[in-house]
Design a protein around this ligand. Structure first.
Ligand SMILES: C[S@@+](CC[C@H](N)C(=O)[O-])C[C@H]1O[C@@H](n2cnc3c(N)ncnc32)[C@H](O)[C@@H]1O
Length: 207
């Protein structure tokens, strides 16, 4: 699964480049930025792709950004468009950071490519890597996208069969709360005709 997905994203990079800025993400930015308790610091972006739109948005507001991605071609675009971003070429499941290293973590349109049990492992790591009051925003696939309450398989995207995985929204919420996160927002958004669940969670002050 990984090798194919990585090869496909390497191939997508050119198309991705042509479609840059096609969708208006203003609402997503404003909503997340408005919820942040800490307005400036260090952001980790998992599956950063070409560094847009999130890393660029945060860098323009004075944040230090680290992006992780396993596609060389996407990272080449990132080096061109967001040279200020520090990049880590790796599978996001294999990176490690010290505790409380980031004020915010984002994973937009990327986590749904990770098997659902690994997603839970990642949420645990996000919690550890976040400072108290730090926030995470991620995109989650649901029935609205895959057609099933829970899913683990392949779905066509731009002429390729891509791997997607998700639990039910209830299971997701339970996972996040069990880890210790406070759910701050839970929005189904239709962006470019694709409906995903956008979730913001916060690590509590004493967490
Ligand atoms: C749909 S793109 C999203 C890019 C960007 N986050 C955005 O919002 O436009 C998904 C990105 O996740 C990366 N990705 C998928 N699975 C990954 C993994 N296991 N480790 C690291 N990167 C991964 C892909 O290479 C690709 O760049």
């Amino acid at each position: 699964m990984d090798i194919d997905l990585k090869a496909i994203y390497n191939e997508f990079a050119e198309t991705y480049d042509k479609n840059r800025g096609l969708f208006d993400m203003t609402q997503v930015f404003d909503s997340f930025y408005g919820l942040l308790h800490i307005k400036k610091g260090r952001l980790l972006d998992m599956g950063c792709g070409a560094g847009e739109p999130f890393p660029r948005f945060f860098i323009d507001r004075g944040w230090t950004v680290t992006g992780v991605d396993f596609s060389e071609q996407m990272l080449e675009l990132a080096a061109r468009y967001v040279p200020e971003m520090k990049t880590v070429f790796a599978d996001m499941r294999e990176v490690a950071f010290e505790p409380e290293r980031f004020e915010a973590i984002t994973a937009t349109y990327s986590l749904f490519h990770i098997p659902r049990d690994d997603q839970t492992l990642l949420f645990n790591r996000f919690y550890r890597w976040l400072c108290p009051e730090g926030m995470t925003l991620f995109t989650y696939a649901t029935r609205e996208y895959t057609g099933s309450d829970e899913f683990d398989g392949y779905k066509e995207f731009m002429g390729h069969e891509l791997y997607y995985s998700h639990k039910t929204p209830d299971e997701l919420r339970t996972d996040l709360q069990t880890i210790g996160f406070i759910v701050e927002s839970w929005d189904y958004r239709d962006i470019g005709g694709e409906i995903f669940l956008w979730v913001t969670v916060r690590k509590p002050a004493g967490g």
